[in-house]
Write a protein that binds this ligand. Structure first.
Ligand code: DGJ
Length: 386
């Protein structure tokens, strides 16, 4: 071997034994170090802050799809100007803009016309119809929050485009499960004073259920939940936001079967987010203070249409009474880890809606198996390997 050959030989081994392992190590570290930073700007693949507020996630073929409200600059940014935005990711940290999954309509007669209010979109997949089904809270243009409807749209492709089907007040002409006969015809005085003992009792007795019996129940903040048996449920703030309703969806997930329960009448719960752990159903909700944060609530039940009981505020530590300045929107089970769930919430900025931030935190369990949430400035999926 001459001198040049020896040098080339040495270089080859240096690359093979030093440079390549180092590069591999750096690559794997950078993959593991990908972190979630709750409350910070979260850029997508184009470097633009993710625009998917009040959102939820559906996993399809190992890819995560995040759907949420597309907000625009300024104070009126909470009105739907564009539609429901979709992003995809393989690691829950890097998100690719998949564009608008459901577009608002230019037709002024359409319920989802520009200027309507489209909130908290959630998507589930129906294996029987092979359709992706999106539900969202819909308020009709120019009517404030009085319509309290829920809209449904479907698509053959997860990222859309979704076709709007209809918007309804659920469960018209149907009484909730276990609703006593004598309350179906009970009459209430018209001048009953809000928040008086008599009024609170009247709401508990279903005064608003009875009022809305013919046209259908109110449905504002909402969530969807597909149980292990394939049955899907629509969970929504009803009865003037005073009572949650959990309603069974039909086989193709595009309508209501009429089977529904009332949860915590007068409990004033909104922003529902459900998950199952150790055969129990849990729900995180918020109180009702508009865009301002309040203390989250944790509820539990043995079956989804069973009795839901309040446990406690699931947050601990500083800002626990303000849910770390956020409001729940979804709880994502992360496949591939044991007991891995991500609590997703919104830090709203109504003065400039597009700047709203995302608060994602791992759900933790105490020694009794009760879920809780703790603030973290930065965390990665490695947290679930513990
Ligand atoms: C709180 C709800 O959770 C939001 O989705 C939105 O409806 C605001 N209220 C409107 O004030």
């Amino acid at each position: 071997m001459n001198k040049t050959q020896i040098q080339l030989y040495k270089l080859k081994y240096f690359v093979l034994l030093v440079i390549m392992p180092l590069a591999l190590l750096l690559f794997s570290c950078s993959q593991e170090m990908k972190t979630i930073k709750p409350g910070e700007i979260w850029p997508d693949n184009n470097g633009v802050h993710i625009n998917a507020h009040g959102g939820g996630i559906l996993i399809d073929n190992g890819v995560y799809y995040w759907f949420g409200e597309h907000k625009v600059e300024g104070k009126k940014g909470n009105q739907a100007r564009v539609g429901v935005h979709c992003y995809s990711s393989e690691n829950l940290v890097d998100w690719k803009d998949e564009s608008i999954a459901l577009k608002v309509s230019d037709d002024p007669e359409s319920p989802i016309t520009v200027g309507s209010v489209i909130e908290r979109p959630k998507v589930i997949y129906n294996p029987k119809t092979k359709k992706y089904v999106m539900w969202f809270h819909l308020e009709l243009k120019g009517m404030g929050y009085s319509a309290a409807k829920t809209g449904v749209a479907t698509s053959d492709k997860i990222s859309g485009p979704y076709t709007f089907i209809e918007a309804v007040n659920p469960n018209a002409e149907t009484w909730p499960l276990h609703f006593p006969d004598e309350l179906k015809t009970k009459s209430y005085p018209e001048d009953i004073k809000e928040w008086s003992d008599e009024w609170i009792q009247a709401v508990k007795d279903g005064m608003f259920v009875q009022r809305d019996f013919v046209k259908g129940q109110m449905a504002r903040d909402m969530a969807l939940y597909v149980d292990d048996d394939g049955k899907a449920y629509h969970i929504h703030a009803s009865e003037e936001n005073l009572t949650l309703h959990i309603s069974e969806l039909n086989e193709d997930y595009t309508g209501f079967t009429g089977k529904y329960i009332r949860v915590q009448p007068t409990g004033h719960n909104e922003a529902p987010a459900l998950f199952k752990h150790n055969n129990k159903y849990y729900m995180v909700t918020s109180g009702c203070t508009g865009w301002a944060p309040n203390a989250a609530r944790l509820l539990v039940a043995d079956s989804i249409l069973g009795d839901w009981e309040y446990i406690k505020n699931p947050c601990i530590g500083d800002d626990m009474d303000l849910t770390f300045y956020s409001q729940s929107t979804y709880i994502l089970p992360v496949p591939g880890y044991k007991n891995a769930l991500i609590f997703m919430a919104d830090r709203w900025t109504p003065e400039n809606a597009i700047d709203g931030r995302y608060i994602w935190l791992p759900v933790q369990f105490d020694e009794n198996g009760t879920p809780y949430l703790e603030w973290m400035d930065e965390w990665s999926m490695d947290f679930f390997k513990k």
